[in-house]
Design a protein around this ligand. Structure first.
Ligand code: HSE
Length: 446
């Protein structure tokens, strides 16, 4: 057995924005604990970014800093390249260039991995290199490491959670202040909780990117975020929060994935992102502000819950540096590329069918915008009955919504997603109803 002293592992940073700055701070401020745990230092060798002017408030003595990403990738002192540029094309090119140059890669880019993960993981495996992406899902929460290692002995039955901090902040504030979505979103932008362009967040796309990665790791299922039916929070109104509270629920944007198995052992995946009502006493209901939480249920371990900051400079940097440490250890042991990044061996990750809507059953909160005229309620409830959707309660509020219409809320008994969708489509086509109507799924098993 070799007894030579471990060598330093060199890190190159592509992208010196908020998270990049956090990575530099963690590497510098926590250098003691990092080398006490590794037994050797992690050395930041160089940084590349187009912005060479902004003062990031960190000491760069001994670190080469320029705008030449390709030179960084080719630098023999760099063992691991950290991609924190974001976006698709440039980031993808640099990651593939790094792999071609025999460099391990760490990235926080969930959008890129949700779209091009297959290509990147394949190239890395062929070259026996590691790709770390803990920071891509739920920021500082070590959820990917938990799925890959701590829960590796389980068949995972479901993984669900609050995967987007921006929308959780907006929903929490809408409930607290009883203000409209647009007002709360504007304030969230002013306070830095929402991006100037919050489209990916508020439309649920960011959560779908993260859920696609979780589904791969949890179930060995190949699926992209485009396969996941996704609904955002734009349609939420103060009335929804008021009634949710009356019914004993809170509203959260959830990413939900379950693995269904039939009597022949054939698996199908249920995956969905959308606003959900969760029981007020549940743990997830009490995850407020910009925090994230993920619940994973395994057949051996039962339910487990992970909570923490899903974004932000230092929590995200914590996850990036943890990946650097894991890869650095593997390099020292000569075992890099041995742990499959998606937990399953690549040949075991297969396309699996999505569960059909007639097998997904839940209660629902439905909100219609209807004319306040005799017979309207019976038309709505009649269509629900036609599709076999049972009604638990009906509420009509006098608040005017649009074009003289008023909100009509129906709380249903458990019904199939297919029946709910078909009934809502038909109700939306009624002249007395101004669509599109709103469905909030009720998730009771949380
Ligand atoms: N926009 C994301 C969020 C940032 O709000 O959670 C972290 O992915």
């Amino acid at each position: 057995m070799a007894d030579s002293k471990p060598r330093k592992i060199g890190v190159g940073l592509l992208g010196f924005g908020t998270i990049g700055t956090g990575v530099v701070k963690v590497l510098q401020e926590n250098a003691d604990v990092i080398s006490q745990r590794l037994g050797f230092p992690l050395e930041l060798v160089r940084i590349a970014d187009l912005d060479l002017e902004t003062d990031r408030g960190v000491n760069l003595d001994g670190v080469r800093f320029d705008a030449d990403a390709s030179a960084l990738i080719a630098d023999p002192e760099v063992d691991i390249v950290v991609e924190l540029i974001g976006g698709y094309d440039v980031a993808r090119r640099f990651i593939l260039e790094s792999i071609a140059a025999d460099k391990h890669v760490v990235s926080a880019n969930k959008a890129l991995l949700a779209l091009h993960g297959k290509e990147i993981f394949k190239a890395a495996r062929a070259a026996n290199l590691d790709v770390g992406f803990e920071a891509a899902v739920a920021g500082g929460i070590p959820i990917l490491r938990s799925l890959r290692e701590g829960l590796a002995a389980n068949h995972i039955e479901r993984v669900l959670g609050i995967l987007n901090g921006t929308t959780n902040y907006v929903l929490t504030e809408m409930e607290r202040t009883e203000e409209a979505f647009e007002i709360v979103l504007k304030r969230a932008q002013e306070l830095g909780y929402a991006e100037a362009d919050p489209t990916f967040d508020v439309e649920g796309v960011d959560a779908a990117h993260k859920l696609a990665l979780l589904v791969g790791m949890a179930f060995g299922a190949e699926l992209t975020y485009e396969d996941i039916p996704t609904q955002g929070i734009l349609q939420m109104t103060p009335l929804d929060f008021e009634l949710a509270a009356e019914f004993g629920f809170r509203i959260k944007l959830l990413g939900i994935a379950k693995c269904h198995s039939d009597e022949h052992g054939h698996e199908a995946i249920e995956a969905h992102v959308g606003p959900a009502m969760v029981p007020v006493r549940s743990l997830l209901a009490n995850v407020d502000g910009a925090m994230n939480a993920v619940e994973v249920k395994g057949d051996a371990v039962g339910p487990t819950l992970y909570y923490g900051a899903g974004a932000g400079e230092m929590p995200t940097a914590s996850a990036v540096v943890a990946d650097l440490m894991e890869i650095a250890r593997e390099i020292q042991r000569g075992g890099a590329g041995a742990v499959a990044p998606l937990s399953y061996l690549p040949e075991e990750i297969k396309p699996k069918p999505m569960v059909s809507a007639d097998r997904i059953v839940h209660r629902a909160y439905l909100r219609f915008s209807a004319l306040d005229e005799p017979g309207v309620l019976s038309k709505i409830t009649g269509v629900l009955g036609e599709f076999g959707v049972g009604i638990e309660s009906v509420i009509q509020r006098q608040t005017e919504m649009d074009h003289g219409r008023v909100p009509v809320i129906v709380l249903t008994h458990p019904a199939t997603e297919e029946a709910l969708r078909s009934a809502m489509k038909k109700i939306d086509s009624l002249e007395c109803v101004g669509g599109p109507s709103v469905e909030i799924r009720i998730e009771e098993e949380i």
